[in-house]
Design a protein around this ligand. Structure first.
Ligand code: FES
Ligand SMILES: [Fe+2]
Length: 335
């Protein structure tokens, strides 16, 4: 995912870095989206420092002007357009209020591989949010895939007073779309300290805490808390995207949604930025650039989903490297 649609200014562009490279996104007059390199091929300054007009970006240094296809359409010095005055482009499409791009071979871009986030548009009214977190995306995916950390790191906000351990059952599943699920289901458990009224009523609850992961790092969290006696919801069922796109090795665009209210926004900010992020940063510092597997991590049953996701990524990376080798071998053979 590159951005929420609403992050891109009308009649303007959004500049954002993905996997170490700067890109520009804008909407064409026909409503389609484009993504072009944010680096002028002349002296390599960011084009985002230039002027945007009518679907074209003019470099703020010497005026070369490019359209959404990456073509140079104006050279202030001559009628002639230099041959290599071209910007790289990436396929990008809009779905579920978000923009999705493909960094690989453009001919392999497959819109059907975008995971199902239909609930973003059909569920409760929400606000879209984006944070830049200063850690590698795999550490954030690990964090989301093992929500037992809420019992320690988010005790006040999400803690269930240890009921995950005393009343919960964990299941890890892979569905037809290839997604890995980590499902915690708690039955007949004492309620958490929030919401207040449950304590007064003296009831017990059933909770479903289910998280879904699609490669490379598109996650969705589904939470239901119901009264154990009647099955009635204690809070409205929640479904939230948690979508991660690396900015660099050590920073990640984190896309999620929260309820419309100011409190919901502050709550999310508190949990992610004052509880998760400092812990993940400290983790990243402690790992000091060493590979996760080389450090020989302790693996507990609660880690199964996160470990499977990491293994799947390793497999995907090695398949991609093999394909690259095949292409290189083919090229060498043909030459
Ligand atoms: S650096 Fe862009 S036109 Fe010279
Ligand atoms: Fe967390």
């Amino acid at each position: 995912m590159a951005a929420w649609v609403e992050e891109v200014p009308e009649e303007g562009f959004l500049s954002r870095k993905f996997l170490d490279k700067p890109w520009l996104l804008w909407r064409e007059l026909d409503g389609s989206w484009v993504m072009v390199s944010d680096r002028c091929p002349h002296r390599f300054v960011p084009l985002s420092r230039g002027k945007f007009n009518d679907g074209k970006i003019s470099c703020g240094y010497h005026g070369l002007t490019f359209n959404g296809k990456g073509e140079c359409v104006f050279n202030p010095f001559s009628q002639q357009i230099p041959n290599n005055a071209r910007l790289s482009t990436l396929p990008v499409v809009e779905r579920y209020g978000a923009l999705w791009f493909w960094l690989g071979d453009a001919s392999l871009a497959d819109q059907d591989s975008i995971p199902d986030f239909n609930f973003i548009e059909t569920g409760q009214p929400i606000s879209c949010a984006h944070y830049l977190m200063g850690v590698n995306y795999e550490l954030i995916a690990d964090n989301l895939l093992d929500l037992t950390h809420a019992e320690f790191l988010h005790v006040e906000n999400f803690g269930m007073k240890g009921s995950l351990f005393s009343h919960g059952k964990q299941k890890v599943e892979v569905d037809d779309s290839g997604a890995i699920w980590n499902k915690w289901d708690t039955k007949d458990a004492p309620p958490p300290d929030w919401p207040e009224h449950l304590k007064r009523e003296g009831i017990t609850i059933d909770e479903a805490l289910h998280i879904r992961w699609h490669a490379p790092a598109s996650l969705a969290l589904f939470i239901e808390i119901n009264r154990h006696d009647t099955g009635e919801p204690v809070i409205p069922p929640m479904a939230n995207p948690h979508i991660l796109t690396p900015e660099t090795q050590k920073s990640t665009h984190y896309f999620f949604t929260h309820g419309r209210s100011k409190e919901a926004e502050e709550h999310a900010r508190k949990v992610f930025l004052t509880e998760d992020e400092p812990m993940l940063q400290a983790q990243s510092d402690a790992m000091d650039g060493e590979d996760f597997w080389d450090l020989n991590p302790v693996v507990m049953p609660s880690d199964v989903a996160a470990i499977r996701a990491r293994r799947q990524l390793l497999k995907l990376r090695s398949e991609e490297a093999d394909q690259r080798e095949e292409v290189v071998a083919q090229l060498n053979f043909n030459n």
